[in-house]
Write a protein that binds this ligand. Structure first.
Ligand SMILES: [Zn+2]
Ligand SMILES: [Zn+2]
Length: 205
């Protein structure tokens, strides 16, 4: 599926430029984003493509660069589940794809896990630290080039409700700090409108 010639994606070097370093996490995000672009035949110039990510790791930077689904545009939805699961929805075609990583890193690359464990032990020497860097680069390349998509991910078509498109909200001034705050994120305290950081929360849960 990823070999489709018509399916052009941004090179991984662009992800590294944005993310700051090359790593296995951004490589996983790159592969998932590539599948999404190829299968849903869309990159989000605007909000036609929506990504729902279930973690906030390195991979999400790759998702943003490759798919054009970004936090700022409102078509990147973050769910704090700690899972390597990425769901993409094409608003134009109504198609949705759920892409989930099949195995954890320890199973994908036991040699990398071992090198990481050694490098982070209190007694780690320089050689072990170098070995970890080498092993990290090797794993990044392996994820990018060698592992077939079907071994890396479970990819399934899903039916789901489309999230509402991003709205623009009126902002009002917080009664305590005086800073503007979007109306829908404000709180009421003693009859006054305040922002979340100024709000004295009360909860019994
Ligand atoms: Zn990273
Ligand atoms: Zn405030």
């Amino acid at each position: 599926m990823e070999n489709n010639k018509e399916c052009e994606v941004i090179p991984f070097s662009e992800v590294t430029k944005f993310h700051g370093h090359s790593c296995p996490g951004s490589a996983i995000g790159y592969r998932a984003a590539k599948i999404a672009i190829c299968e849903l035949s869309s990159r989000a110039e605007d909000e036609e493509l929506v990504a729902i990510v279930e973690n906030d790791s390195c991979s999400v930077d790759a998702i943003q660069v490759v798919t054009g689904c970004t936090m700022g545009k409102g078509n990147l939805i973050f769910k704090d589940h700690g899972k390597q699961v990425y769901t993409f929805l094409n608003r134009k075609t109504g198609k949705a794809l759920r892409i989930s990583l099949k195995n954890n890193i320890d199973e994908i690359a036991p040699e990398f896990s071992k090198a990481r464990k050694n490098a982070f032990s209190p007694s780690a020497n320089q050689e072990e630290k170098n070995e970890f860097v080498k092993s990290k680069d090797a794993l990044t390349k392996k994820i990018l080039r060698d592992i077939p998509a079907n071994d890396l991910f479970k990819v399934e078509s899903v039916e789901m409700e489309f999230p509402e498109e991003a709205r623009i909200f009126k902002s009002i001034y917080c009664a305590k700090c005086g800073e503007p705050v979007a109306e829908h994120r404000s709180r009421v305290e003693n009859g006054e409108i305040v922002c979340i950081p100024c709000f004295n929360n009360y909860s019994r849960t």
